[in-house]
Write a protein that binds this ligand. Sequence first.
Ligand code: FE2
Ligand code: FE2
Length: 180
Amino acid sequence: MRISSKITKAINDQIAYEASSIYAYLAIGSWCERTGYDGSAEFFFEQANEEHLHMLKFIHYLNNAGVETIIPATDKPQAKFDKLESTFQAGLRSEQTVTKLINNLVELAEKEKDRATYSFLQWFVSEQTEEETLFETILQKFEIVGRDKLAVYQIDQSLASIRSEIMSKDTQQQQQPSAN
Ligand SMILES: [Fe+2]
Ligand SMILES: [Fe+2]
């Protein structure tokens, strides 16, 4: 399989972003664990695992295409937060950035008429919808449940079930036969 140098560079940039996402989520998880937000700590460590899987998918893709994969150094991530809600706001901002980057990659694949890369990227397109929905749903909980200590404690405790709810909805949608 042949992929262009532009696509190779864009995917290597994406590998770098996924790598920095791993460490960003590890740093957030670590802050949560230290602060006593155990549900959130577990949530962000799981996010870090997911980013690792994303990075690996891109690494395998370039290696299988026979082009050079660059494993990057990453900057030190943000490690201090003023409150739990800020960690999810940071997460949402990061996921929105990734969505833009993935969309740019899709556009580049279209421009280069690279069908293989285009179809490879479709998984990431749906994954980003799920990631943004997940963070939006959690942030919405702060609006609904509240921001006092007890409310934040309840949100922290409910994160695992929020994740599985979003993920099962996503699976159901994928299993529904399309209308056309
Ligand atoms: Fe990712
Ligand atoms: Fe993500």
